[in-house]
Design a protein. Structure first.
Length: 263
């Protein structure tokens, strides 16, 4: 067995087709418009917001005599007034590795605005089992005995996976359907704390909600840890989209929260 830590990879994000956007801006008489956003993720939220009110420049909409200049100020206003729908257009693509199935069972409860692809234990045969150790085990007065029990349990289950694969002669089976059926049955002997990998794509509005909810005190430790890392990553890469976050350390982990509950 191997003790491990969750890892976060941001592998993709929405990208604007600038040639098509230029054609649209030319058609509506705003060909000179541009954005100073740090990323296309921030730019697309601004674009979708401005088209709602035709606020590319004064005069395009007779009701508007002044427009907010700059992506920072524009998105700041979006966050302030709670115009959250324009944040749904941009998608982040994450790979969350070495997270437990305890974590993934919690994560999949968030269904709106997300897409999920998880490593399948019907197809992936278990060999070495990875495990994340909760801090309450590490800091306990009987931590050495607890660690011993954890190691003994995981190594026992690991050996059983190996013994079963040998007993069932999986390496020599020719039909993949048979391998799949037996591999699927064998996963029932794996612990729920088993480290796994999940692909998680999410729009900006949902991500903001999940970060605040899942870094809050009282949330299960592992999901707090993971979403603290996600929040740190996206706040650094997309400062305008997450400019309203405040960070408070609670129990050694960050709680990312906003004053505005509308978005």
């Amino acid at each position: 067995m191997k003790f491990t830590e969750p890892k976060i990879y941001l592998i993709g994000e929405t990208v604007i087709k600038k040639d098509e956007l230029s054609l649209y801006l030319n058609d509506v008489g705003a060909s000179e418009w541009s954005t100073d956003s740090y990323s296309d993720m921030e730019a697309i939220a601004e674009v979708m917001g401005r088209l709602c009110y035709r606020s590319w420049k004064p005069g395009l909409n007779p009701n508007i005599t002044k427009v907010r200049e700059g992506n920072d100020k524009y998105l700041g206003h979006i966050l302030e007034v709670g115009h959250g729908s324009v944040l749904e257009h941009g998608m982040f693509n994450f790979i969350l590795a070495n997270v437990s199935r305890v974590f993934t069972h919690e994560l999949v409860r968030h269904r709106v605005g997300v897409a999920i692809s998880q490593e399948s234990l019907r197809f992936v045969r278990l060999t070495a089992l990875k495990f994340w150790m909760p801090s309450c085990f590490k800091s306990h007065s009987k931590s050495e005995r607890i660690k011993q029990l954890v190691v003994e349990t995981i190594e026992y289950l690991e050996r059983r996976q190996t013994e079963l694969s040998e007993l069932l002669d999986l390496d020599n089976l020719k039909k993949f359907d048979e391998k799949k059926e037996l591999t699927s049955a064998m996963r029932r002997l794996a612990p729920i704390g088993l480290a796994t990998t999940i692909g998680w794509s999410v729009n900006a509005r949902t991500l903001r909600h999940v970060i605040e909810m899942r870094t809050a005190p009282g949330t299960e430790e592992e999901i707090r840890l993971v979403f603290g890392k996600i929040a740190e990553k996206v706040k650094a890469r997309y400062p305008n989209l997450f400019q309203d976050y405040e960070v408070e350390m609670v129990g050694g982990l960050p709680w990312y929260k906003t004053k505005n509950k509308k978005v």
